[in-house]
Design a protein around this ligand. Structure first.
Ligand code: ZN
Length: 258
């Protein structure tokens, strides 16, 4: 793709919100695993790094004379060796732990509270499952075996799940399983023999909420660094972390005696 950057092109047109949002949407749809920004030495990569962050690119590298805050995962200071990480916090890739782009089982890091939350759910006699978009397969960037070994590692760390559903397609494939389409949620409910209306989907982006609602299931959004403010605003239910989401659900079940 190509995009005429209004703060680089000459003469520079005004920065147009519609065009910037269009770029973010296009980049989001590409589901990039990482980005390397190449700019001439007198240009800052930071405005574009910000847009890439907003498009949920988990790993961004660039040369930057200016302090990059948390916008760059790998910062090259002209004239010195690259450094990773920044002092103002972790990148979405490391703090979210289960980035959709993950391709290495050794890199799986559970979300804080995930193990405890799952133990609580299992002790309450509820069944658990995973529904995951993995378009890296469809784009040839991820082999099915890599996804399988990542999933095996997830079960090693978090215990066994009763059902797994993986969508290997890209947005362009127009399949019925890729979230926010309801296919994976419906088929997981079917395998579990549960009415989708009695299923709760906990996720961190609007597509998770969308898939749940389209399937007639309940959705709880647990924001992570990749969650957008408008997704939080639109969510029917929000919890600050997985543990809170799950204790709330289990308490409700106790109250209703189900
Ligand atoms: Zn699919």
């Amino acid at each position: 793709m190509s995009w005429g950057c209004p703060w680089i092109t000459s003469p520079a047109p005004p920065v147009d919100p519609a065009s910037v949002h269009g770029l973010i949407e296009e980049l989001t749809a590409l589901e990039l695993d990482s980005a390397v920004l190449l700019t001439s030495f007198h240009q800052s990569p930071l405005p574009l790094a910000l847009l890439l962050r907003m498009a949920r690119v988990p790993q961004i590298a660039a040369a930057s004379v200016d302090y990059p805050g948390s916008l760059l995962d790998v910062r090259v200071r002209p004239g010195s060796a690259p450094s990773t990480g920044t002092s103002t916090g972790t990148s979405p890739a490391t703090s979210a732990g289960t980035s959709p782009a993950i391709d290495d089982a050794a890199a799986v890091v559970p979300m804080p509270g995930a193990r405890d939350a799952l133990n609580l759910v299992r002790r309450a006699g509820l069944r658990t499952g995973v529904v995951s978009n993995q378009s890296g397969i469809g784009r040839g960037m991820l082999r099915r075996e890599q996804v399988d070994s990542v999933n095996a590692r997830v079960e090693e760390l978090l215990g066994p799940f009763d059902v797994w559903r993986i969508c290997p397609h890209t947005a362009a494939d127009g399949c019925l399983c890729r979230k926010p389409a309801p296919g994976m949620v419906l088929s997981a409910a079917d395998e579990l023999g549960i009415d989708p209306a009695r299923l709760v989907v906990i996720g961190d982006i609007g597509a998770d909420v969308g898939a749940a609602r389209a399937a007639g299931a309940r959705a709880v959004l647990v924001p992570t660094p990749v969650t957008r403010p408008e997704e939080v605003d639109a969510a029917p239910e929000v919890a600050p972390d997985i543990w809170t989401a799950v204790t709330r659900l289990v308490a409700e079940l106790d109250l209703t005696g189900q």
